[in-house]
Design a protein around this ligand. Structure first.
Ligand code: FRU
Length: 604
């Protein structure tokens, strides 16, 4: 049965609906040509044909709807296919389908798996501009988030000619996971990000999963001197590894004709991280394969030889290992260095779901040897720190990491819509010797201090029982950094909470009996979207007479750095207004806050 609907957003406003039986509906209009025609072919299959030239077709999205298959065709040949939650009963928001470069008369959008009665057929819009202004109160300001759509892992981070490139797992067709592309943004200071066009889009080999990039300074690949060479997982029927290169500083990428460059029978075979190993003068690729990391070597970035696997019997194994990184990091205060293998794991994190563990040891160009096989080490003790990787080719031998600030347990449900997910602030990694135990320290990158405005004078106070601060800042926008040092006298519990006028609060507690530090967000604001969200997280910081804390607040996150990053805790929070008050308490004794300062933060 063929049914025809003629409509448009503009026409909807100026039309009279003539219902002709139940077979089809025509909008009788003052305007002459309807901008598109929809033909329903039965079985949830429809074809949309556009009649006017516009830059974008806006697709109405309903997050609760199942994914429809949207196949963009030109002259009846498929150009691209996207899984889109086209609105059936309600519209949550719109996403744009870019029509640039198409011959409209030969363009048809073939949709499968969307019922004829769906709301979308009456709700497409043809426009020349897509409004990306964000009006959501939880949109972060100084953390990178996509303009619209979904983001997960940071990918392919590389520094070249003064510019930090950040690529990321991106769905431009909705704010839930799917249709993985590599989004792209650039920055000169790791704080102010410029959104760039999508860098790598899905193809016949699959969607574009996580990976890394390098600068090929000596043209070992033949793609060009100083080409940015990107490695990603092509996620098709199987996961395989592919390469794309850019000879125009990341503006455009060409996929290598020999893709895929690595295949496997393993169902989880992904997230290539490529580094240069100076001692053996070889490229190394580390791949996450099930619950282990595999190491490959190459001289030309195209042909890879398997060398070894690492994982069995080491660290946490509550889920698959993903997004590896391998860096050689100096130990503070010494001339020594150790290799650090970053290993993201999901699920199986210390507080459920996703987390980043790491191993310290030796790497000889072929094999990684773990120095302390008996220990499981976590990089961050919050719930929202995942897919952490570092910038390739960073200046001054820095190891700069960022994490995706979410958790697969609820990433698709967090209470934002136009966009979903942000990254952590950038962190500089070093190693420190903590009483014989070498730990990976993640300090806020120095660039973050550029965000600071003028702070009210630092104060100091003793806490015998309790102490209140009625106002953190005069005009608290929700963006601030608390810097404080605490000296214990004889307290067993050092506690403080940040709260707002709605009574939403985050509780911090240093338990000196157990030697751990906790952040409890169970009453932090909106928490009901997932039962895995309201929780306290805990870091084993040990028993110290003195500690320093830095807490970074943005619209929907708190990042806590103990002793400038020896222990870190990254947690999302969704308060209905900024936490602008603090109250301290002591149990079992007293302590002193020797310095307490609050900086307002803003992008400059
Ligand atoms: C980690 C991950 C990666 C994969 C990507 C897909 O969050 O599962 O292993 O490449 O996300 O988006």
């Amino acid at each position: 049965m063929n049914l025809f609907n003629y409509f448009s957003a503009y026409i909807r406003r100026s039309c009279t609906i003539l219902a002709i039986g139940s077979i089809f509906t025509i909008f009788s209009c003052q305007a002459t040509i309807p901008p598109f025609v929809v033909r329903h072919l039965g079985d949830g299959h429809s074809i949309v044909q556009l009649k006017t030239n516009n830059k974008y077709l806006l697709l109405p999205i309903e997050e609760a709807a199942p994914e429809a298959r949207v196949n963009v065709t030109q002259n009846q040949n498929s150009v691209s296919t996207h899984q889109v939650r086209l609105a059936i009963n309600n519209i949550d928001y719109y996403v744009p389908l870019d029509l640039t470069g198409f011959d409209i008369s030969a363009l048809a959008i073939n949709v499968e798996n969307a019922p004829d009665s769906a709301l979308c057929w009456r709700s497409f819009e043809l426009v020349n501009e897509f409004d990306t202004q964000n009006r959501e109160s939880h949109r972060p300001v100084y953390h990178f988030a996509p303009l619209y759509g979904w983001m997960n892992d940071p990918n392919g981070m590389v520094y070249k000619d003064g510019i930090y490139h950040l690529f990321y797992q991106y769905n431009p067709y909705g704010s839930m996971w799917g249709n993985m592309h590599w989004g792209h943004a650039t920055s000169t200071d790791l704080i102010n990000w410029e959104h760039q066009p999508v860098a790598i889009s899905p193809d016949d080999l699959g969607t574009i999963f996580s990976g890394s990039s390098v600068v090929d300074k000596n043209n070992t690949s033949g793609f060009g001197k100083d080409a940015i060479v990107a490695f990603y997982t092509s996620a098709g029927e199987r996961q395989t590894q592919s390469v794309a290169y850019s000879t125009d500083n990341g503006k455009s990428f060409t996929k290598y004709e020999g893709n895929p460059i690595l295949t496997s029978e393993a169902p989880d075979f992904r997230d290539p991280k490529v580094i240069w190993h100076e001692a053996t003068k070889k490229w190394i690729m580390i791949l996450a394969v099930g619950q282990e990391m595999q190491f490959f070597t190459s001289s030309n970035l195209k042909d890879w030889t398997y060398e070894s696997s690492f994982g069995e019997g080491h660290g946490a194994h509550g889920g698959v290992w993903e997004c590896p990184d391998l860096i050689e990091v100096p130990i503070e205060g010494t001339n020594d260095k150790e290799w650090v293998l970053l290993c993201n794991i999901n699920p199986g994190g210390p507080f459920g779901g996703s987390a980043t563990q790491y191993f310290i040891g030796d790497f000889d160009g072929k094999t990684f040897t773990n120095q302390s096989p008996e220990l499981t080490k976590w990089m961050d003790y919050g719930k929202d720190h995942y897919a952490t990787v570092t910038w390739s080719n960073a200046p001054d031998n820095r190891h700069i990491a960022i994490a995706w600030m979410s958790n697969w347990q609820y990433a698709n449900q967090v209470p934002t819509q136009q966009f979903r997910s942000a990254n952590s602030i950038p962190r500089d990694l070093t190693l420190v010797n903590d009483n014989g135990n070498i730990i990976l320290k993640s300090a806020p990158s120095p660039e973050v201090e550029k965000l600071r405005g003028e702070a009210p004078k630092a104060r100091s106070f003793k806490v015998n029982k309790d102490y209140n601060i009625d106002k953190l800042l005069d005009n608290n926008t929700g963006l601030f950094e608390i810097v404080m040092t605490i000296r214990n006298k004889d307290a067993e519990f050092i506690g403080f909470r940040l709260f707002n006028q709605q009574g939403e609060e985050v509780d911090f507690c240093y338990n000196l009996v157990e030697g751990n530090f906790s952040m409890d967000r169970s009453k932090s604001g909106e928490v009901s979207f997932s039962e895995d969200f309201p929780i306290a997280t805990l870091a084993p910081i040990g028993k110290n007479d003195e500690i320093s804390l830095r807490i970074f607040a943005d619209k929907s996150s708190l990042e806590l750095f103990v002793n400038d990053g020896e222990y870190v805790m990254t947690n999302l929070v969704f308060p209905s207004s900024p936490y602008n008050r603090a109250s301290f308490y002591a149990k079992g004794g007293s302590y002193e806050v020797t310095s307490f300062k609050v900086y307002p933060l803003e992008l400059k």
